[in-house]
Design a protein. Structure first.
Length: 224
């Protein structure tokens, strides 16, 4: 889930009772806060495990509102992790795809888009517009892709990403769950908006057979 546009928080709630919260584009690698959660009626109780943002053992509670079409309202009723009591967030379910999530749209093109300079300029987590597909790019050049809400636990594909001017190549690694090792996904005509908020490309060849449409529009939803 992604929080309000201003906060740019991402939260993963796992079926196994684990959670992760992050605003720095590394939800699946080194999330700022992680741990376990328990649902108790309209309350969700969280307990922090070793992570960068909060002390181990810290607890906090969200009171949750009615989720409609993939939207969730929360209010901090028992504060923790230096977040004040009464703090409110509006969350949108982005992966798997929800009615609200697929309505998220990138800002209009500025006319000043340019090819990405390097992998570092793409660091963060991206949402493929109109879908539930998430892409994480790390500063080291690794990537992970998933559309089932398990980017931080069991992504469908992971490997290394290469930036070659206006071309990007994603090469699946040996640990990829759905793609053969060294399967290549080639993008051309890659353009990055100023401040890196949006990236467009054309999918020319996908050795993994994802079946994603030719014209790609990625929205950066979390980054440093």
């Amino acid at each position: 889930m992604t929080g309000s546009r201003r906060a740019r928080l991402l939260m993963r709630l796992g079926a196994d009772g684990t959670f992760a919260i992050d605003a720095y584009g590394s939800l699946d690698l080194s999330s700022a806060t992680r741990g376990t959660f328990v649902i108790d009626g309209s309350d969700v109780d969280f307990e922090v495990e070793p992570s960068a943002r909060c002390p181990t053992g810290e607890t906090f509670t969200f009171q949750i509102g009615v989720s409609k079409g993939g939207r969730l309202e929360t209010v901090m009723t028992e504060p923790g992790c230096d977040v004040a009591e009464g703090t409110r967030w509006a969350w949108t379910h982005v992966s798997p795809a929800s009615e609200a999530g697929v309505e998220i749209r990138a800002a209009a093109p500025s006319g000043d888009a340019a090819p990405p300079e390097d992998v570092l300029s793409l660091q963060g987590i991206w949402l493929l517009e109109g879908t539930g597909q998430l892409l994480r790019v790390s500063f080291s050049g690794s990537y992970a892709i998933d559309d089932r809400g398990t980017l931080g636990a069991d992504p469908s594909d992971e490997g290394l990403l290469e930036v070659q001017g206006r071309k990007i190549v994603l090469v699946s690694g040996s640990g990829s769950r759905t793609c053969a090792p060294n399967a290549r996904w080639v993008w051309s005509e890659v353009e990055l908006e100023p401040f890196g908020t949006r990236m467009t490309a054309v999918s020319r060849r996908d050795g993994c057979g994802r079946g994603i449409t030719a014209d790609l529009s990625w929205i950066r939803i979390s980054a440093t």
